[in-house]
Design a protein around this ligand. Sequence first.
Ligand code: ADE
Length: 263
Amino acid sequence: MQEKNNLQDMNTAFTPITTPSPKGEGRDGGRIRIDIITVLPELIEPFTKESILGRAQKKGLAEIYVHNLRDYTADKHKRVDDYPFGGKAGMVIQCQPLDACISALTSERHYDEIIFTAPDGETFNQPMANELSLKENIIIICGHYKGIDYRIREHLITKEVSIGDYVLTGGELAAAIMTDAIIRVVPGVIGDVESALSDSFQDNLLEPPCYTRPAEYHPISNPDETWSVPSILLSGHEANIKNWEYEQALARTKERRPDLLDK
Ligand code: ADE
């Protein structure tokens, strides 16, 4: 990526997250719906009800539903997993409950993506969150620590996503992270649209430092010392402040994540 040298470049570099997808699929405004399928609904449900995700749903901008996979099993003991063929250790989620849950959802509406969370999936990032935020209906299936029957991945899943190069015990945290990142860029969810657009990673730049009152702080360990806010931020000169913020963002990116500047 070429270094950007003025503020206008900085602004035009933002990803246009409010533009509907070119093929005319996905959302044209309106709400986004995310259905999460898990064996641990109690882990993920509270998360979807709080804070910004909770408010987004109350405002009618998003709908999030959590489905307990055990409600879809044909097994009388409510089992959803079984031993893997080939003698490996651990248990694997069976086709039947997943197929039943996905079929129940897809019989009601079209889904733009059926996502499976797995460490060997495509790595989740801000552009993917932006793209998914334009969809109308998404299913996220939380992986299980030993996996799900591979036939589901081959036949029903449209996208496999990892949140990073480490292995979690299940996909619930991955689904929560993805849901959070997707919903927060839906227009209207964050009051200050600029704030969502100017986050770290939206334009491959980390965020500049931010400060709040008091402008001069005396630390507890040494009250004679003064920690001052950079004077430019107190100057009231908007253009100079924006330039300073851009320079800071660029310098922090060069220092901490130079790989972002090559994208
Ligand atoms: N399940 C286990 N590890 C995972 C990861 N890194 N990303 C997504 N789902 C996972």
